[in-house]
Design a protein around this ligand. Structure first.
Ligand SMILES: Nc1nc(=O)c2c([nH]1)NC[C@@H]1CN(c3ccc(C(=O)N[C@@H](CCC(=O)O)C(=O)O)cc3)CN21
Ligand SMILES: O=c1ccn([C@H]2C[C@H](O)[C@@H](COP(=O)(O)O)O2)c(=O)[nH]1
Length: 264
């Protein structure tokens, strides 16, 4: 995960000081790309311990089309709690847009089902795009989508995926986002009977919060270790049927967890 530490060092050393929506202040760079060959291992940060459980549960929650935090809370995942209203609702965030995008003329679009259909029937398509960025719904969302658009690509029997993340909290959010989309690439590939290719992460405003700088320096002083390996224990009949128990991560050797406050 040298690529991740390079992004962190870039923001720390070259980032412009910026005030931001949360009032915390950041060091920010604009435009960055990282590429992970998923055959070389699963891109999970090793220079601090990550809770893969929260990452898996969050992705399954998106795929359920769920936008209420109760299902996450029931599975001990609290990462969305700060943004939920008194009923646990977040508004029409990722799950809604992925699985049930509503059009002006009253149609309902399941972008994930359509994507898989295209991967299977027309893998040469250059239109395999899923967008969570629905301008008409932004006002009702607890937080505008950060990982807002992704595209898949099939070549030589391998499925690759590129994400565009408009806003990236390098210390807390990005390790989650990389692992989450790497996992999604594995799920789509398994469902379509393909091998995994590359996961490409493209970031817009990539920032280190001013209260994460010491944590970033600590992490940069550590040597990244070898990548773990993901095993999917079962092939469910559809992308909707994965459970947390279907995944095993092998040889994840991580250094000590580093705590940091989340900017709300
Ligand atoms: N400022 C900010 N950064 C984010 O990364 C972020 C948001 N806001 N808002 C929405 C989601 C929620 N996400 C989050 C929220 C919290 C953690 C976090 O606190 N992580 C801790 C503990 C993880 C756990 O409980 O499993 C960490 O050390 O990684 C990570 C991602 C990513 N997103
Ligand atoms: O998956 C996520 C979700 C959120 N973030 C971060 C990026 C920013 O620090 C905040 C969002 O604030 P905006 O003012 O809406 O940009 O959350 C992330 O890194 N990953």
């Amino acid at each position: 995960m040298r690529q991740y530490l390079d992004l962190m060092a870039r923001a720390l050393n070259d980032g412009a000081e910026q005030m931001d929506r949360t009032g915390t202040g950041t060091r920010s760079v604009f435009g960055h790309q990282m590429r992970f060959d998923l055959r070389e291992g699963f891109p999970l940060v090793t220079t601090k311990k990550l809770h893969l459980r929260s990452i898996i549960v969050e992705l399954l929650w998106f795929l359920r089309g769920d936008t209420n935090v109760q299902w996450l809370r029931d599975r001990k995942c609290s990462i969305w709690d700060e943004w939920a209203d008194e009923n646990g609702d977040l508004g029409p965030v990722y799950g809604k847009q992925w699985r049930d995008w509503e059009t002006a003329d009253g149609r309902h679009i399941d972008q994930i089902a359509e994507l898989l259909d295209t991967i299977r029937t027309n893998p040469g398509s250059r239109r395999m795009v899923v967008s969570a960025w629905n301008p008409g719904d932004l006002h009702a969302m607890a937080l505008a989508p950060c990982h807002c658009l992704f595209q898949t690509h099939v070549a030589n029997g391998r499925l690759s995926l590129q994400l565009y993340q408009r806003s990236a909290d390098i210390f807390l959010g990005v390790p989650f986002n990389i692992a989450s989309y790497a996992l999604l690439t594995h799920l789509l590939a398994q469902q379509a009977g393909l091998d995994v290719g590359d996961f490409i992460w493209t970031g817009g405003d990539c920032h280190l919060y001013s209260n994460h700088l010491d944590q970033a320096r600590e992490q940069l002083s550590r040597e990244p270790g070898p990548l773990p390996r993901l095993e999917i224990l079962r092939k469910p009949a559809s992308i909707d049927a994965y459970d947390y128990e279907d995944f095993a991560i092998h040889d994840y050797v991580a250094q000590a967890h580093i705590k940091a406050p989340v900017a709300v």
